[in-house]
Write a protein that binds this ligand. Structure first.
Ligand code: ZN
Ligand code: ZN
Length: 475
């Protein structure tokens, strides 16, 4: 069965036990969602308090109806590989999936209506996006040269990604320790409690299974001043993905970030402390509501040695992000350089020390006269054995090797000397040839709460501080 024929499994996504309680909103059965601590209606998207049956919030499904005449100018393209569905204008064809890069596509008439509430139109042009990708690559280490090739850059595609923009009310309740540095090298400590209610607006969550959440968080934020009512006229030349996760499907992820935001603002409210350490956090968010919006992203899918790497440029602000692989050839050359500069000299020193000792013993003590051209091949063989040993045991194995050679006993049995050598080597590696993991992982974190903060008129900050004591700083 092709992946797009999978029946709507949303009903099963909410875990919990069957409950005979009917939804106060629509009369369907509702289920208790343990992760959310709410009774959830999969039909109308209502989330209810288990005790009072009062509505906590509603995260609706959108685009439920069949497509009509208004949408006959569009068609949808289904990716057989990642399962994503993009909607575009009838005359816009596709040769590869905008989301995953696969060429396995099927085109068909619109299955359901496609009516996002809002859209932010593309502001960054294709040329600018390509330029951003190239600049991004130039800042990373050992980028495979095929990344800059015409074939790769031709794949840069403009995709409108479906987002749920979530509004909510945050209830902050935080206790922690505030520290104030004094001029006389002492620190005053306070026990601080803060309570405060505020709103967050438009926190974005992408409704696409195939698109990396981390990547989308990394190119935040968008400027919502440019949010326009959706119109089909924005589609030609671009693709717009259909959501395959409703906001309700994602409510665990959503509430997690909203709850985090509720507590995060405490630091903003406590600027009088040089340090503020949260010790108790009972903050949470509720009263969630959603907007269904398409946000512009330039995508680039890049395949390297059997792995796919995704890159994205925020189509409004131009912020670029992605995980870049390390070129195998360049990685090899770096390793080679490391061997030439570090490992071979170490082996040569070992050989020279041992060789000189053996030569001295033979010529002076044993009175055996040996020409250098007789002993030299033995030195070479010995150097080779040393190198092979170091290759398998690492340089950290050198003390053991020397111990066995000279005394017949492993003098570094516990590996103490070996470990300290290992540490110095690791330091050297991170400084001069950082290939610890084979990817340049430099994705940004999602913005902090300030980005989406909005005050509630009349809300007051309840702050209590108790002086605990002072400590002298050791100098
Ligand atoms: Zn309902
Ligand atoms: Zn795909």
């Amino acid at each position: 069965m092709p992946v797009w024929d999978t029946p709507d499994t949303e009903e099963k996504l909410t875990t919990g036990t069957a409950d005979t309680i009917k939804c106060p909103g629509c009369g369907q059965n509702i289920f208790f969602d343990a992760a959310l601590g709410k009774l959830v209606c999969n039909y109308c998207g209502g989330a209810y308090d288990p005790q009072t049956k009062e509505l906590s919030y509603r995260l609706e499904k959108k685009d439920r109806e069949d497509a009509d005449m208004e949408e006959s100018s569009n068609h949808e393209i289904v990716c057989n590989s990642c399962g994503s569905i993009v909607v575009t204008e009838k005359n816009t064809a596709a040769t590869f999936c905008a989301v995953c890069g696969s060429p396995a596509l099927v085109s068909r008439r619109l299955s359901k209506q496609f009516r996002p509430d809002f859209i932010i139109p593309f502001k960054v042009t294709r040329e600018e996006a390509v330029d951003k990708f190239l600049k991004f690559a130039s800042k990373r280490k050992f980028v495979p040269s095929s990344f800059r090739s015409k074939a790769t850059l031709q794949k840069v595609t403009g995709l409108y990604v479906p987002f749920w923009l979530i509004d909510g009310t945050c209830h902050m309740k935080v206790r922690g320790e505030g520290r104030k540095n004094r001029t006389d090298d002492a620190v005053d400590k306070y026990d601080v409690s803060v309570k405060y209610d505020f709103k967050v607006k438009g926190v974005p969550f992408d409704g696409s299974k195939a698109i990396s959440d981390r990547l989308m968080e990394a190119i935040e934020p968008y400027d919502y001043d440019e949010l326009k009512p959706f119109s089909n006229s924005y589609l030609p030349g671009f693709y717009a993905e259909r959501y395959d996760l409703t906001a309700l499907n994602m409510s665990e992820r959503i509430t997690k970030r909203m709850d985090l935001y509720a507590g995060q603002y405490a630091r903003v409210l406590c600027p009088e402390y040089d340090e503020f350490k949260v010790e108790q956090n009972e903050s949470f968010a509720d009263d969630l509501s959603q907007k269904y919006a398409l946000l512009p992203v330039w995508f680039l899918n890049y395949e390297y040695r059997g792995f796919r790497y995704g890159f994205a440029v925020n189509g409004q602000t131009g912020e670029v992000e992605g995980d870049m692989p390390v070129s195998a050839m360049k990685g090899f050359l770096q390793k080679l350089l490391f061997w030439i500069l570090v490992i071979v000299p170490v082996a040569a020193v070992i050989t020279a020390v041992i060789g000189t000792a053996v030569w001295l013993i033979l010529t002076y003590i044993a009175q055996i006269k040996l020409a250098i051209d007789v002993i030299f091949p033995f030195f070479c063989i010995f150097l080779l054995i040393t190198l092979i040993y170091l290759y398998y045991h690492g340089i950290a194995g050198a003390p053991s090797f020397l111990g066995i050679l000279f005394s017949g006993r492993d003098l570094d049995k516990n590996g103490t000397i070996g470990r300290s050598i290992d540490r110095s080597i690791a330091d050297l590696k991170t400084r001069y040839y950082n290939l610890g993991n084979e990817i340049n992982m430099l994705l940004d974190e999602a913005p902090e709460v300030q980005q989406y903060y909005e005050g509630i008129p009349g809300a007051s900050i309840q702050k209590e501080e108790t002086f605990i004591g002072s400590t002298q700083i050791e100098r």
